[in-house]
Design a binder for this molecule. Sequence first.
Ligand code: NAD
Length: 453
Amino acid sequence: MQQLIQQQRDFFNTNTTKSIAFRKQQLQKLYDVIKSNEQLLYDAIFKDFKKSEFETFTTELALIYSDIKEAKKKVGKWSKIKRKRTNLVNLPAKSYVIPEPLGVALVIGAWNYPYQLSFAPAIAAITAGCTIVLKPSEIPSNTSAAMAQIINNNFDANYFKVVEGGITETTALLKEKFDKIFFTGSTTVGRIVYQAAAKHLTPVTLELGGKSPAFITKTANLKMAAKRLIWAKFLNAGQTCIAPDYLLVHESIKEEFLKLLVLESEKSHFSTNNNNYVQIINTKNTERLISLIDKSKIYYGGNYDLEKRIIEPTILTDISFDDIIMQEEIFGPILPIITYTNIQETIIKVKSMPKPLSCYVFTKENTSKHKIFNEISFGGGCVNDALMHISNSHFGFGGVGDSGIGSYHGEEGFKAFTHYKSILDKSNLFEANLKYYPYSDKKLSLIKRMMGL
Ligand code: NAD
C-alpha cells in the first residue's frame, strides 16, 4: 500500500494530471473501457445478486456515462481561474481563485450499486486532476473483481488502481496519508473512516445512510404517489441508500392509499421467477431483514426464501416509531407505514431522529411542503417523487449530520476533490501608508471610514 501511494504521489508531482487534455483523455479512456466491457460487468453483477441488464444500465452505467460526458464537456470551465472582486483597502490589485487537485485520493465504495458508487467518485477525482486508489466493496465479489480487472489492465497503477479487499485491506489503506478520502457506506464505518482521516488531517466526503421518510399528505395524488413510491422502495429490493425507508401517511387517506400500494406492487411483477427483482446481497442481511418483519403487522407480502435470498415486497401497517423496524435503516424490501393526524408532532418526532439522507413529500399544497422542508434537516429529496433527485447532476448529492458530509455529482463532485487557492495579486503602482507605523487617530478614523463603519 505504502509503495502504491508513494508511486501515485510521485506521479501527481509530475503535474501530468493537472493538464486538462490529460484529464479529458482519461475520462474518455474510462468511458471506452467500461463500454467495451459492458457484458463482463453485466455478468458479474448478475452473479452477485441477480441484477438485470436493464437495471444495471438504468441505475448504474447510465449515470456513469452521463457523468463522464458532462465532466469532459465542463472540465475546462470548472478548472478555470475565477476572478473575484478586490476590496477597497487592497486596491489596486487583482483577486482570483485557482482550483487545484487535492492530490492522491482514496475512494471506498459500497456494495448496493457497486459500479456507480465506485466509478462516480472516481470520475469526479479524474476530472479534478487527482490520482485514485479505488477500494470497491468486497461483498459483491464478482463486481469487485470485474472492476479490478478492467481498471488494472487499462490504467497505470501510479495513476488509477483498484485495490480489492475487505476490512483488513481497508484498515491498512486508511493508515496511510491520502490527500482526500471519499467514502460511501454505513454511518458506523463512516465514523471509523473519519477518525482515520483525522490522524492525517485528510479532508473527507462521507456518503452515508439513514432512515429516509416519505410524507403522504391528504391532498396528495395518491395513484401517482403509490406508483412512484413502490418503484422507489422495491427497486434493487430496497437496497438503496435513498429509498423511502418508511411512509408517514395521513390517517384520512390510509385505507385508499394502502389499496393503491398493493395494486402497484402487483403491477410491478417483482418475482423470483423473472429478472425484475434482485436478490438480497447475502444470507446475513436476508436473516436480518426477516427478523424485522413483525408477522402481526403484515398488510401485504411477507413471504421469503432464505436459500434464494429473496424477500417479497412487504408492507407493514399499524407501525409506531417504537417498533423494532423503526430502530435501524431497513435497506431491504419492507415498507412500514405510520399514520399521522398532526403534522407538527410528526415533524418533531422525525427531527428527534438522526438527520436522514433524503426526505420526500407527496402533496398538492404548499403549506405542509414548506413546513417539512423548513423544519427537517436532511440531505436532499423530492416533492411528489422519490429517488430521482440523484439523477440531476445540476445539483449536488449528499447527506448531512449522520447521513454524511459533503456532496458530489456534476460540479459538486469536481469541488469535492479540489482545493480553491485564493490569491491577492497586488500592483506595485503605489502603497498607502495607512497600515504602517506610526499609528494615529487620523489613520484609524480613515480605516473605519473606508470600511463604512
Ligand atoms: P459498509 O459501511 O459496511 O461498507 C462500505 C465500505 O467500507 C466497504 O468497501 C467495506 O469494505 C468497508 N468497510 C467495512 N467495514 C469496515 C471497517 N471496519 N473498517 C474499514 N472499512 C470497512 O456499507 P455497505 O454495507 O457496503 O453499504 C450500506 C450502507 O451504505 C447503508 O447504510 C447505505 O445507506 C449506505 N449507502 C450510502 C450511499 C450514499 O450515497 N449516501 C450510497 C450507498 C450506500
